[in-house]
Design a protein around this ligand. Structure first.
Ligand SMILES: Nc1ncnc2c1ncn2[C@@H]1O[C@H](COP(=O)(O)OP(=O)(O)OP(=O)(O)O)[C@@H](O)[C@H]1O
Ligand SMILES: [Mg+2]
Length: 227
């Protein structure tokens, strides 16, 4: 099955075109690394694929797991995302005053699975991500940035999504922590056959993936035009 299919996808925030991609197909289970310089549209592309940014035009430009986004209302799209995707945003968006456990639990709110069963897996998930067990009931804003990044990953994986979208997650980690973080992330994706879409400008990470896409090569909007 195809996980993500983009067709003649164009997007501008105002008048300046940011994205102009003729075609991109990502199969189920692929681990894709999207690389490109700052400002080239990586986060914009991820936000379009996750449906957190929507297109004004109602044609079949974005199809995820055989569902065209053009056929979904905003509410249906929110539900589709909650069921099928895990997302780690570049600013990872944890709610500072909520505990680690409460932050992770947010992902289960709109999920059809048994919520109690999902919540029971939080301690194991914390351990897999090599976070100390005692942080689970601490407010997120008392954690280091590196720890917060791993909590954001836990929140994105708790409901075992088909597609995991990760924007620049290792920026606050040192080299050793990055290596073990990547290995844990990939092992978890392998286990559940999760399709992974991962953005970074750190090209050294490309070796962890089955495919690397240089966004500037498939995006007809050049970096200088986008600025
Ligand atoms: N909400 C917005 N409104 C208007 N312009 C925006 C908005 N978000 C991003 N842009 C512009 O779109 C372009 C692409 O931004 P984007 O955040 O997708 O880049 P990026 O490749 O993720 O960069 P970085 O590596 O720094 O995160 C930039 O020129 C940016 O200024
Ligand atoms: Mg970005």
């Amino acid at each position: 099955m195809i996980a993500i299919a983009l067709k003649q996808l164009t997007f501008s925030y105002a008048t300046t075109p940011i994205i102009d991609i003729d075609s991109l197909v990502i199969d189920n289970g692929e681990r894709v690394f999207i690389a490109g310089p700052s400002g080239c549209g990586k986060s914009t592309l991820l936000n379009l694929i996750s449906g957190t940014l929507t297109l004004p035009q109602k044609d079949d430009h974005i199809t995820v797991l055989d569902q065209s986004y053009a056929q979904l209302t905003a509410r249906q799209l929110d539900r589709f995302r909650a069921h099928n995707m895990g997302i780690v945003f570049q600013q990872f968006n944890l709610i500072g005053y909520l505990s680690v456990r409460e932050n992770i639990a947010l992902s289960t709110e709109f999920h059809p699975c048994n919520k109690t069963a999902l919540l029971a897996t939080i301690p194991a998930l914390i351990a897999q991500l090599q976070l100390p067990a005692h942080i689970i009931d601490q407010p997120a804003n008392t954690l280091s940035i590196g720890q917060q990044q791993r909590v954001a990953i836990a929140r994105a994986l708790i409901h075992k999504p088909s597609i995991l979208i990760v924007d620049e997650p290792t920026s606050a980690l040192d080299e050793t922590a990055t290596g073990s973080f990547m290995q844990t992330l990939l092992a978890m994706c392998d286990k559940h056959h999760t399709t992974l879409l991962f953005v970074s400008h750190d090209l050294r990470l490309a070796s962890y993936f089955t495919r690397t896409i240089a966004l500037n090569e498939i995006n007809r909007v050049t970096h200088s035009e986008a600025r």
